[in-house]
Design a protein around this ligand. Structure first.
Ligand code: SF4
Length: 429
């Protein structure tokens, strides 16, 4: 007997979540429909008023799938603090059952992925009896999910860098949508290991303005809000259409690497933010502060912090950033505190005035002049042709995945070493 399951979408992350379960024997995945205003309203109506906004949105997604698609089993990640994500699954299940819904919410543990507790959920869902085959399926599904989430991160990063340069408005949005659909429907690991070429080729076809120096902003904050475009009113797209280069700081892939203890970038940010926030208090607080300091050091023009209205960790990060402004924190920052009442028009007018502020800094403030650095990805994509070759199976199934994994490990090791040396240097100065 197969179990039909679903999960909350969190923007494009739904592709990686689908990949984690789709090929598990005994499971049929129902991909969650995109979040809409009605879904948000449904979730907000039956949630406690001051609970986290992502709790309300994901609860609304469950109700929508129960009522309109007859889906009754959901998988939801849980954590062990320090913030409220840990209790989403049991409380949501209780609320739904109290309302008379027939529902099961299966938790998947994500507090420390190296303790492998998360595999229990996959092993329980699988209906294979042979233990060796059971583990084989779990490994294969995990590989699919990891590969897909790394490409989602690549595509969304390029989206932020390229949209501000496109000559025909809408090209980037179209390419991103096509690539994500392709990625969602590709299950052959051999093909997936070359998907980076597909991404580069697709973006290379967009005609762009060369040699421009657009304003640069970092967009970051609480993971769900940053990664769910309906909730953040597609702020990345809006900035891009206004000609601003967006550096999206959050990705599911980065989060998973962090939970595997191999995200050197996050370790570097933790060290930067340590004088202001010495420990992980939940959400993205510690990394938000680190990103801010790094962005200021790298000469960015602005910083966008997105977070749920009642999110304690992110509100704390906001307090820390505001408390140090304008000295030593002078990088302009705009905060978006988002809940079910947030409207697009208010956001649009604030965003446009922020762009005016950044432009005037570029023109009259020496701290923001001559700081622009073109992202290396732009050169890599537009200054060379990316050939699409047909490799032999030896290449595509063995050598390429092996060298890809080796490259990741080597670069992580070097990053860690560099981070240690930088920190030593910082201490000595
Ligand atoms: S980060 Fe904020 S919104 Fe997310 S679970 Fe924690 S407290 Fe809630």
């Amino acid at each position: 007997m197969t179990k039909i399951i679903s999960f909350p979408s969190m923007g494009w992350s739904r592709i990686a979540f689908r990949a984690l379960f789709e090929k598990l024997p005994g499971v049929t995945v129902f991909p969650p429909p995109p979040v809409t205003r009605d879904i948000v309203k449904m979730g907000a109506k039956i949630s406690p008023e001051f609970v986290c906004f992502p709790f309300k949105v994901t609860l609304g997604e469950f109700v929508n799938m129960i009522e309109n698609h007859d889906i009754h089993t959901f998988v939801m990640s849980i954590d062990c603090g320090p913030c409220r994500l840990g209790f989403y699954a049991p409380i949501q299940e209780k609320i739904l059952k109290d309302l008379g819904y027939d529902v099961e919410i299966i938790p998947i543990q994500q507090d420390d992925l190296l303790n492998f507790k998360w595999t229990k959920t996959l092993l329980q869902l699988s209906n294979v009896t042979n233990p060796i085959m059971k583990y084989y399926d779990v490994i294969r599904c995990t590989r699919l999910a990891l590969v897909k989430m790394s490409y989602i991160a690549d595509i969304t990063r390029l989206e932020g860098l390229i949209r501000c340069r496109e000559i025909h408005k809408g090209d980037t949005t179209r390419v991103v949508k096509n690539l994500m659909d392709q990625l969602d429907n590709e299950w052959d690991l051999q093909v997936l290991h070359h998907f980076d070429k597909v991404i580069q080729t697709a973006f290379a076809k967009i005609r762009i303005k060369h040699d421009i120096e657009p304003l640069r902003v970092i967009v970051t904050g609480e993971n769900h809000i940053v990664m769910e475009p309906f909730i953040n009113m597609d702020i990345v797209r809006k900035f891009g259409e206004e000609g601003v280069e967006v550096h999206l700081a959050n990705s599911l892939y980065g989060w998973i690497l962090h939970k595997l203890h191999i995200n050197a970038e996050r370790k570097k940010l933790e060290k930067l933010s340590k004088p202001y926030i010495p420990l992980d208090i939940g959400g993205e607080a510690i990394w938000v502060v680190g990103h801010y300091i790094e962005g200021q050091n790298q000469g960015f023009d602005g910083f966008i912090h997105l977070y749920p209205f009642t999110c304690m960790p992110e509100n704390t990060a906001r307090g820390i950033l505001e408390g140090q402004s304008p000295d030593p924190f002078y990088l302009p920052i705009q905060f978006y505190s988002i809940d079910e009442h947030t409207g697009y028009e208010g956001m649009r007018t604030r965003l446009e005035s922020f762009i005016d502020l950044m432009n005037s800094n570029r023109q009259g403030n020496p701290k923001f002049q001559n700081k622009y650095r073109e992202p290396s990805e732009i050169k890599a994509i537009y200054d060379k042709k990316v050939p699409l070759t047909n490799h032999s199976p030896l290449f595509s199934e063995v050598l390429t995945p092996f060298t890809n994994n080796l490259n990741i490990l080597i670069s992580e090791l070097f990053n860690m070493k560099a981070t240690k040396q930088n920190t030593k240097g910082d201490r000595n100065t």
